[in-house]
Design a protein around this ligand. Structure first.
Ligand code: SF4
Length: 216
């Protein structure tokens, strides 16, 4: 356990793991495993001394009383991964903040990057049609404004390539917090995100939500 904690602390690159108990650490590792992160890289970091550790305010996995506004504020003008270099806008998410259904895409495309809103342009029209028309034919009457829509990574990957594992790992913390805040009953993984969010049900779900969640 001590070794895993040291490895996780070095790999995730902050002091968060050091503050976790066994259950929190298990959830964190499961979350990254389900995102498709198969390897943890050991990054050499100087060991913080006890005084340093005590002085640092440690973030929790999903802070108590978290809100979407607070998560967006924490993202700020994010430069945590390489996707920040070419993006025009961070595409955080849009929709009902207590939605029962959340759609998760892979990452923003060109239109989304331009406008800072997920699933606009042609992909957005398709999604709206899927939500409002196709679902209605199945007897499910919902509007796009009833659901929440976001992506695994918040910045557009160059040439719309698939996000790299390290990019998903870093940005995934915000998706995790979004899902924990919204507490949806179902998550729909769109396009390649179902590959990225791989688990038995093709989606990553915070363990706290998994008992009550339906995934398509
Ligand atoms: S993809 Fe996510 S982690 Fe990377 S720069 Fe954008 S907001 Fe930050």
């Amino acid at each position: 356990m001590k070794f895993v904690k040291q490895l996780c602390t070095r790999a995730i690159g902050n002091v968060e793991c050091a503050s976790m108990d066994q259950e929190q650490l298990r959830k964190k590792l499961e979350f990254y495993r389900d995102l498709g992160v198969k390897q943890i890289y050991r990054r050499e970091m100087p060991e913080p001394d006890a005084a340093q550790q005590a002085a640092v305010a440690l973030p929790s996995l999903a802070p108590e009383n978290d809100t979407l506004a607070r998560i967006r504020e924490d993202i700020g003008d994010c430069r945590r991964c390489g996707l920040s270099k070419q993006r025009k806008n961070i595409v955080f998410g849009v929709g009902n903040d207590s939605a029962k259904l959340v759609f998760v895409g892979e990452g923003p495309g060109a239109d989304e990057d331009e406008q800072g809103i997920p699933f606009v342009g042609r992909a957005g029209q398709l999604l709206t049609q899927m939500i409002e028309n196709t679902a209605a034919k199945e007897g499910i009457h919902i509007k796009r404004s009833d659901v929440y829509i976001c992506n695994v990574v918040k910045c557009r990957p160059p040439e719309n390539r698939t996000p790299q594992p390290d990019e998903m790992e870093i940005c995934g913390q915000f998706l995790y917090r979004q899902l924990m805040t919204i507490q949806p009953k179902a998550i729909c993984a769109l396009f390649a995100s179902s590959m990225l969010l791989r688990s038995s049900a093709a989606v990553t779900i915070p363990a706290e939500l998994s008992a009550s969640l339906r995934v398509r």
